[in-house]
Structure formats: C-alpha cells, structure tokens
Ligand binder design. Structure first.
Ligand code: SAM
Ligand code: FES
Length: 354
C-alpha cells in the first residue's frame, strides 16, 4: 500500500499492523507528509480547537543512579555539576507557576536516592494541599508498585515515563545491563492500573533506531493507549557514550507527531524542548503537525543549565515568567492560544461522566 493510503487508513482506524507501519516509515514522501499533517491538524482542531495546554516543568534534581548511554546527567558523567532543589524551593516554583496561570506541575528528575519514597510523598502532599485545583505530574523514573501507589494516594495524578523503545534488543543498546526492558514495561503497566494518566514516549532518531523499532513503538502505543506521549529528537551530549551519534531530525519528529495524533486523537502530545533545540521554530511546527501541549520551564534560573540532558538545550537563560510569555507569544503568532486549564486527558473526563 502507498504511504498516503496507509495514512488515510490510520486516520480511519487509529491503528495499523506492523508491516504497514514499517511500510509507512520506509515510503513516506513530501506529498504523504503534507497529507499526514493536514489530517493531524484537522483531528487536533476537532477535539481541542486552537487550545494548547501548558505544563510547568520543575527539574528538581539532576542526581541520577542510572547510566543511560544517551543522557547528559547519567551517573558516570563526572563533569555534570549536580544540584538538588529542596521542598521549599520546589514549592516556591509552584507558587510562581500558579501566579503565571499554570494548573499542572511536572516534577521531573533523575533517580536521586536522596529523594526517598517518604520525601516524594511529603512533597506531593504539600503541593496537593496548597494547590487543590492543580494536576501533579511525576516524572521520576522507575519505582516499585507500592511506591507508585503511595504517590498516587498522596495526590499525584499523572506520570511520565518514556518507554524509550518497545524493542528489547534496542532497549539494551541504549541502556546498561543494570536496567531492564521488562522493568520499564512493568512500571508502565502498574502506573496505568493504579489509575494515573500515563505518558510514555521515545526519542526520535535514537542510535540503532530503525523503521522496525519505530513500528514497534507505534504498535505498543496503539495497544497501551496512554493519555500522553512525549517524543522529541535524540540530541547528543558531549560527555556521553553517544557523543558522536547523529541527532534526530525535525522532519522525522514532525512525522511521528502527526502519526501519534492520528493514533490517539484525544492524546496529549507535547511539542518538546528538544524539538525547539534542533530548530528555532521546532515547537511551533510541532503544534502545527498535531501536538497540543507545551512545557515551559519553572525551575529557578540558577540551576537550569545544569539539567543538561543534551547539548545546546534551549531556555536555560530565562526565568519562569520570560519562558512562559515567550511560548505564549510563539503560539499566538501561529494562531493558537495557551489556556489556563489543568488540561486533563479528555478520555479520563469522558470516563468520569459515564
Ligand atoms: N529520570 C526520569 C526518567 O527516566 O523517566 C526523568 C528524566 S529523563 C532525563 C527524561 C527523558 O529525557 C528521558 O526519558 C529521555 O527520553 C530524554 N532524554 C535523555 N537524554 C536525551 C538526549 N540526549 N536527547 C533527547 N532526549 C533525551
Ligand atoms: Fe537518569 Fe538520565 S540517566 S535521568
């Protein structure tokens, strides 16, 4: 089947089989890309109008016990200058974020042993108490099911844990032996069962990625049906084993964003900072190709450049208010509006009504 026929089929059925996905990645053309982005924009407008949701990202620690080969804050990077925000620091980021109209706080960090289960529970409880009308998203890696349950009971609503790749052999090329594909998948299943709005995702153009592994990513996503999917280009970091690998492209990232929109019409899909890093208009293009979320940084200016996952990461020089208004202007310039809203998954809202 031709790429444009496969795109129309995906738009109708929201799924393809593995051979069809591979065929799509191998046979895309300028013409089929244009069709995809047109359909993706129509679907997104049908469900979300011109609304874009914003999430306030608080990168609260760059200590990490893991050693992912692609990541600039991996344990073995002795050149990384480490920091950890206190609970008080984090609460003041939330305070400023709330004032700026954020109704979702995303707490992201490395797997920092100094932040133990009880600390996260205390932190989530404090944010929940101060901001009952806000969503709390955690993005703090792999934990036991019982910890995930305690964070949820303390008031966390959403969890972002990229699956990174749905192909086990590929996963093992991106991570050391101490990490396992099975555990990653176990975490995602547990999170969903507990009741979180779950986000998975992957890097576009990660080393050893092929049309087949991408096909498997989409097979996984169409089956798992996450509320959110975060994707962005892989960008090398100069102090990692992947320093000489090629970065992901804008074109393939936008292609994947369009495919995600057709696979998950109601999905929450961010136009990521990594996409804005490889192209000055990357985030605007991401929205135009089907994304509906932006994640301005609320971390204090003093630590921002230390959360260096990859080289030349943007938005490390600004303060929260500048970052938020810069993105607001960028979205307005292309006819979209960032709204003051928790931006829950419409699927969760529909389930709640039935
Ligand atoms: N520790 C948490 C976790 O593992 O989910 C959250 C932090 S982790 C740094 C967040 C995401 O950053 C990863 O899931 C990965 O996909 C992305 N990332 C890391 N290094 C990257 C790179 N060099 N280029 C692009 N994205 C990267
Ligand atoms: Fe842990 Fe990247 S290796 S956050």
């Amino acid at each position: 089947m031709r790429a444009d026929e496969l795109i129309r089929k995906l738009s109708r059925n929201h799924q393809l089989n593995k051979e069809e996905w591979i065929c799509l990645f191998e046979n895309r053309s300028e013409q089929s890309d244009r069709l995809l982005w047109k359909l993706a924009d129509e679907v997104r407008r049908a469900h979300f109008g011109n609304k874009v949701y914003k999430r306030g990202l608080i990168e609260f620690t760059n200590y990490c016990k893991n050693d992912c080969y692609y990541c600039g804050i991996r344990r073995s990077n002795v050149a990384a200058s480490r920091y950890r925000l206190s609970e008080e620091d984090i609460l003041s980021c939330c305070k400023e974020g709330y004032r700026l109209g954020f109704r979702t706080f995303v707490l992201q960090g490395g797997e920092d042993g100094a932040y133990q289960e009880a600390d996260i529970v205390r932190l989530v409880s404090a944010i929940r108490k101060n901001y009952p009308d806000c969503a709390i998203t955690l993005s703090i890696g792999e934990w036991d099911r019982s910890s995930y349950q305690k964070f949820f009971d303390a008031g966390a609503n959403r969890y972002l844990l990229r699956h990174e790749t749905a192909n086990k052999a590929h996963y093992e090329k991106l991570h050391p032996e101490s990490m396992s594909f099975e555990n990653r998948m176990r975490c995602l299943a547990d999170l969903k069962e507990i009741g979180y709005q779950v986000g998975c995702g992957f890097m576009v153009g990660s080393p050893y990625q092929t049309s087949e592994t991408l096909a498997e990513d989409f097979m996984f996503i169409q089956e798992f049906r996450p509320a959110m999917v975060g994707i962005g280009p892989f960008v090398p970091h100069h102090d990692t084993p992947f320093k000489d690998e090629t970065k992901g492209t804008v074109s393939l990232t936008l292609f994947c964003i369009g495919l995600l929109r057709l696979t998950l019409p109601y999905g929450l899909i961010p136009a990521t900072t990594a996409l804005g890093t490889i192209s000055p208009t990357g985030r605007e293009q991401g929205i135009q190709c089907g994304a509906n979320v932006v994640m301005p940084n609320l971390s204090p200016g003093t630590v921002r450049e230390k959360y260096e996952l990859y080289d030349n990461k943007i938005c490390t020089g600004e303060e929260a208010a500048e970052c938020a208004s810069c993105l607001e202007q960028r979205m307005e310039s292309i006819g979209y509006e960032i709204v003051v809203d928790r931006g829950d998954s419409p699927l969760i809202q529909m389930e709640a009504k039935t």
